[in-house]
Design a protein around this ligand. Structure first.
Ligand code: 57M
Length: 358
């Protein structure tokens, strides 16, 4: 909004020319979202307590009883600060910005419905798995269907390390991209089981995709690095900046011992948005490296459930997802969290290094 209002005046007031730069506005989007989260966070947590959004703790897992009653649905704070900050700093005539926001808020709405039934209405189960999945698919399908109509966007698939092999998936791109979005959303949800465990790697992954999005949106840099160039997506860097800021602001309160959890409204929306920026940047496959922590957590569940069924009750891990395994081995929560963060930074650096390996 600031861009749309003030940049046109730059012919008369030279200093407003600075609003032209995506990098400048992305940094300010980060700072704005961070500030909103930190300033309004305590009031939001008090409100969640007042409306009794306390977390119910399952009895069968690692000992988390001390966390019972911690307010959840803190994802509302993330969505609000990202939305306000993006609306303030992004070019609102850019369709990719609106599509990204639609995915973010759409996945958030599915998570909100689940949390609302579980936490506020005190229904044990929340949304059924089927309803949740259908909701996620509907949001993903709508966004991808609109995206592939954009003339600048192609249905080719960029394969890391092979700059000359970019198969065109045609109509099959729609289900493929839907799997990326829904998969990312659920992977982040599975990871969100220890204080700061999901938001830490999410901040790292979003910072990494801010770079990929900026590069892909910049014709010269994209050509130089031989990455797909999608004209116009550079503006989504502003959204990624806001996500990093809101994520850090949320971590301020979610750091161990957490004062608030994000709930499904947070985990589903963050995961969906992460999947979508990977699709936008045409780095769908690289998402598996950038979001390596989320992938390992999901794989641990797939392996555990598969092995459990095949062997009639035997387990590979003490408990899946992976963080439960380490907890049950007696490793302190804060150590597991920080080690997962370290891993996520390493994976993001590896992914960034592929920019030069083509
Ligand atoms: C939701 N929710 C957390 C919080 C957060 C298929 C199966 C692997 C599914 C999986 C599952 O249900 N996962 C998704 C995980 C819960 O956190 C809430 O949920 C929101 C995210 N959706 O924002 O509102 C608990 O996690 C802890 N937490 C923190 N700090 C945070 O910042 O400490 C969360 C955020 C919170 C809090 O204790 O209450 C969760 O873990 O429940 N199911 C499981 O993970 C279950 N695993 C399992 O059944 N494994 C079996 C299967 C795979 C065969 C096995 O290995 O044998 C376990 N989950 C729990 N107890 N809690 C079972 C035991």
């Amino acid at each position: 909004m600031i861009y749309n209002l003030l940049y046109p005046l730059s012919t008369e007031i030279g200093v407003f020319n600075v609003f032209r730069y995506i990098t400048f506005r992305s940094v300010w989007a980060l700072l704005t979202a961070l500030l909103i989260s930190i300033v309004f966070g305590p009031a939001m947590i008090r409100w969640l307590r007042r409306i009794k959004c306390g977390q119910y703790i399952q009895e069968d897992g690692p000992a988390h009883q001390a966390k019972a009653g911690t307010p959840t649905m803190g994802g509302i704070m993330i969505i609000a600060s990202v939305t306000i900050s993006t609306l303030l700093w992004a070019d609102l005539s850019n369709p990719y910005v609106w599509l990204t926001m639609m995915v973010f808020v759409g996945f958030g709405a599915v998570g909100f419905a689940d949390d609302y039934l579980k936490v506020v209405k005190k229904r044990n189960m929340g949304l059924s798995a089927k309803a949740k999945f259908l909701g996620q698919c509907a949001v993903a399908a709508a966004a991808i269907a609109v995206l592939i109509q954009e003339p600048a966007y192609s249905t080719q698939l960029a394969v890391p390390f092979f700059k000359n092999f970019q198969p065109d998936l045609g109509w099959a791109y729609l289900p493929f991209a839907m799997i990326v979005l829904v998969g990312a959303s659920n992977a982040v949800n599975l990871t969100d089981g220890l204080d700061g465990l999901a938001i830490g790697p999410m901040v790292v992954a979003m910072a990494c995709f801010a770079i990929f999005i900026y590069v892909s949106g910049h014709a010269q840099i994209a050509t130089y690095l031989a990455v797909p160039n999608v004209q116009g997506i550079g503006e989504v860097t502003v959204f990624c900046g806001a996500m990093v800021g809101a994520g850090l602001g949320f971590l301020w309160f979610n750091a161990h011992p957490a004062q608030v959890f994000m709930g499904d409204v947070g985990s589903l929306s963050l995961g969906g948005a992460l999947g979508f920026v990977a699709v936008l940047a045409k780095q769908e496959l690289l998402l598996a490296i950038v979001g390596g922590v989320f992938v390992f957590e999901t794989l641990s569940v797939i392996l555990q459930v598969g092995y459990f069924k095949l062997t009639g009750g035997k387990r590979i891990f003490k408990m899946a997802p992976l963080h439960h395994h380490f907890e049950l081995k007696g490793i302190p929560e804060s150590k597991i969290i920080v080690r997962f963060w370290i891993l996520s930074i390493l994976m993001a650096l590896m992914a960034l290094s592929t920019l030069k390996l083509r």
